[in-house]
Ligand binder design. Structure first.
Ligand code: ZN
Ligand code: ZN
Length: 167
């Protein structure tokens, strides 16, 4: 879990940094995150409000959709977290707003960190812009080697047209 020790914060600003493993933020089911995750918190306490800019650095381990090789993808994310004693503000349906009271010593922000990393994962996983992928016939990784297969030069989008018989 990632907690802010709000009882220790005094008026003004401070910086905290922390290293967590993916399992600590419930990311173990996402095997994409194998490396430790670095967190830097820029904390500003103003009266009873605490504003935190969390910078998150992680390395995702992904599998390329085209060539099926593993590759590493560095992620840099920044999120703004607000801890407030104002119930009206906390009621805003925002994930990164936490309600605090004077009696609270810490705030668990695990879910904010977790969500921002999941959202940061790329939809299309391509190891490099010009990844050549695998040969559809023999499966050779065309980034590493070329193969002897004859590549069909016809555009597959024309296949349907070629099947139409013109009388
Ligand atoms: Zn690839
Ligand atoms: Zn081939």
């Amino acid at each position: 879990m990632v907690k802010l020790n709000i009882a220790n914060y005094s008026e003004g600003s401070l910086v905290e940094s922390r290293t967590v493993i993916p399992a600590e933020i419930n990311l173990s089911e996402f095997e994409e995150f194998a490396a430790p995750i670095e967190l830097v918190f820029n904390i500003n306490k103003i009266g009873s409000e605490i504003y935190v800019r969390a910078q998150i650095s992680a390395i995702a381990k992904l599998v390329c959709d085209r060539c099926l090789e593993d590759y590493e993808w560095p992620l840099q994310e920044a999120i703004d977290i607000v801890c407030t004693a104002d119930p009206g503000l906390a009621k805003n349906d925002e994930d990164d707003v936490y309600f605090i009271t004077d009696a609270m010593k810490e705030v668990d922000i695990t879910e904010s960190i977790r969500q921002s990393l999941i959202i940061a994962l790329p939809q299309k996983k391509i190891c490099q812009n010009n990844c050549k992928g695998l040969c559809p016939q023999c499966g050779t990784n065309l980034n590493l080697a070329s193969c002897q297969c004859k590549t069909e030069k016809t555009d597959p989008r024309w296949d349907a047209l070629n099947k139409i018989k013109f009388n």
